[in-house]
Design a protein around this ligand. Structure first.
Ligand SMILES: C[S@@+](CC[C@H](N)C(=O)[O-])C[C@H]1O[C@@H](n2cnc3c(N)ncnc32)[C@H](O)[C@@H]1O
Length: 369
């Protein structure tokens, strides 16, 4: 399949861009690539192609930067927020970046923009970098498709503790991850498909884990069907308030009352991100967002549900061995006329062979030869 050609500054690279995703006619799955050290030019371009994300961050940065010392956590290839802060009048910006290639590219774009004296790029993972000067404002976008899945809580807690003045603010201010039981189209459940480029990242993630496993999945090109397939009112599964210490290990239990008859296939998760207290929240349920909704295929095959039934979802987040990325588990208990049925999924960041093909859905996604 030919890839689109995209100009990125001086460079011309071949990528499949979000416009093409929108044109696709079938729903497809992708891995949560931001949870892994796989950032490449393509991923940065997809982030830059999200106008809502840029608009709310830009507006919040404009409001909060004049004469301030700013720390930009994970500045990326583009140093997009560091440059915005400098243009908005920040006195000094420390731009932290763990990926050496990205740090080098960030230095280049900052020099080209003439902001070398204001923005200092510090290369390394944020928790290994020494504090140079305490800051009035922390800017970051290490937000996952499950809000905290990129290690957000542990990373930002550490920056808050060491780099920030007591009354310092954070952009973004808050991230909610919503959950809702859902019925998906038969074709999605019967013949789940990984998108072509997504499959390449899946291979890379399996290599990093040294084994295939049931990875966390986003679902794209399926927005109207997700909306019409909701079986209940949604609930917040994770609430990260970046103005304070964020929980790294937590459990959330919610009882969903079924409001519509259908088939319970699993849980849809999506984020609502607030850049500051003024900007409206942006959502991964919006087509064109660089974040996508996540699907937890808990019941496979799906279970019939009727109005008045209940699904209790038990969700847990625990810090993984690396000390900042979370591992997740999800368990759903369905209480209906036909009795009580329970299903569970382990969704660690790096699974083992025991986490491969946990149910019929993953058997279909990763068929045996
Ligand atoms: C989602 S990208 C955001 C890039 C850019 N700020 C933007 O919003 O377009 C996250 C970036 O943060 C970097 N990163 C993630 N965790 C980090 C950490 N703990 N310390 C330094 N950089 C980190 C990644 O390498 C990546 O470049």
């Amino acid at each position: 399949m030919p890839l689109n050609v995209v100009k990125a500054g001086q460079e011309t690279i071949a990528v499949e861009v979000t416009e093409r995703f929108r044109e696709k006619t079938e729903p497809f799955f992708w891995p949560l690539i931001g949870d892994y050290p796989l950032y490449d030019r393509y991923i940065y371009l997809v982030m830059m192609a999200d106008p809502e994300r840029e608009a709310v961050y830009e507006a919040a940065i404009q409001r909060n930067c004049r004469d301030k010392v700013v720390v930009d956590v994970g500045t990326g290839d583009t140093a997009i927020w560091a440059l915005a802060a400098a243009r908005a009048g920040a006195r000094k910006v420390y731009a932290l970046e763990e990926n050496p290639k990205s740090a080098a590219r960030a230095r280049k774009v900052i020099a080209e923009a003439g902001f070398e004296s204001i923005i200092e790029v510090l290369e390394g993972r944020s928790d290994t970098l020494e504090v140079i000067e305490t800051a009035d404002l922390m800017i970051s976008e290490v937000i996952g498709e499950i809000g905290g899945s990129e290690g957000t809580a542990a990373v930002l807690n550490d920056v808050r503790n060491r780099w920030l003045k007591p009354d310092a603010r954070s952009i973004p201010a808050r991230c909610l991850t919503w959950a809702c039981p859902v019925e998906l189209p038969d074709a999605v459940m019967e013949h789940p498909k990984l998108e072509l480029m997504g499959r390449r990242y899946v291979e890379q993630i399996f290599q990093l884990a040294d084994t295939p496993f049931d990875l966390r999945l986003t679902l794209d090109n399926c927005f109207p069907e997700i909306e019409s397939g909701r079986l209940s009112a949604p609930a917040v599964m994770e609430d990260l308030n970046f103005g304070a210490h964020c929980p790294t290990d937590y459990e959330t239990t919610h009882r969903f009352e079924i409001t519509k008859s259908g088939r319970f296939d699993g849980i849809i998760l999506w984020i609502e991100l607030f850049a500051d207290e003024i900007e409206p929240g942006i959502s991964s349920m919006t087509p064109g967002s660089n974040w996508r909704p996540v699907f937890l295929p808990l019941f496979s095959p799906g279970a019939k549900v009727a109005e008045g039934d209940e699904i209790v979802l038990e969700w847990s987040s625990r810090l993984s061995e690396d000390g900042h990325h979370p591992d997740y588990t999800a368990k759903a208990t369905l209480r209906s006329e036909s009795g009580t049925h329970t299903a569970a999924l382990r969704l660690p960041r790096y699974g083992t062979a025991d986490d491969f093909r946990q149910n019929a859905f993953y058997e279909k996604l990763f068929p045996r030869d």
